[in-house]
Write a protein that binds this ligand. Sequence first.
Ligand code: NDP
Length: 296
Amino acid sequence: SGGAQIIDGKLIAKQIHWSIAQEITTLKERHDKVPGLAVLIVGERKDSQTYVRMKRKACAEVGIKSFDVDLPATATEEEILDAVLALNANPEIQGILVQLPLPKHVNEQKILLAISIEKDVDGFHPLNIGNLTMKGREPLFSPCTPKGCIELLKESGIAIAGKRAVVVGRSNIVGMPVALMLNNRDATVTIVHSRTKNPEAIIREADIVIAAAGQPLMIKGDWIKPGAAVIDVGTNSVDDPSKKSGYRLVGDVDFEEVKKVAGFITPVPGGVGPMTIAMLLQNTLESAKRMFALEG
Ligand code: NDP
């Protein structure tokens, strides 16, 4: 065969940004209001700062008003809670994102519980996650990276119902919610984690593989069923002296090997990465539409 079709997450995300921008223009005309997203960050972690900057920039590009809350690493749990409660009460804001991880002295669970579920555009409130796990229930929001994986499958015309799906990883933010979402779409889902014996035998049965283990190039060509769809969430930096930065990003999937066997594959970077922000903007727009409609 000619090798896998490369799923262009960057392009798909760009198209989603474009249609969100269109919808926001219409919404502005109809309600004379724009969606508002609060992005709250605590502390100075370099990676978190980068993600927050990207999210705020993306908001500006599509016409979402972003509300920036920057708290110092020394902020107390109470100060963060107060900030969240103020955002809950602000009628200009329909989405609240608390950038994780929070500093160690803060109880993350307590902060996430305080976010109004109607504004929980990250989908990490336990009530939203709980509804994701229950048959016949719909969460108000699904987490962005898992939602991005599903969207890439959908955009590529890959059916989910009745397929064997294997998710590698079971974290709260990627592995577990993506497994739940695939199950809700009638895939037969197996979760592989760090204690799984002989993971390659299980992965080899999959029609759909979602790799979210954070293990550079772990999944090899001979682990993949010919024609399978492989979505690589892994974003790992590995040393690369040939790069000016001294490093490069690689996925959990050995792209060069797997692309020869798979039917579809996402690159790293340029696959799942850009979809996470696109889904955040989409969740924020949905939230605003829901709230504006209620306000009349
Ligand atoms: P975590 O470290 O929280 O979770 C990793 C999961 O993978 C755990 O469940 C762990 O198992 C499992 N795991 C670890 N090693 C192995 C192994 N050798 N075989 C099978 N399973 C293994 O990571 P995250 O879920 O936060 O992130 C996963 C990857 O996705 C990372 O590379 C991260 O950078 C990337 N990412 C990308 C995003 C994006 O593109 N927008 C967003 C979020 C994450 P156990 O539970 O047993 O410990």
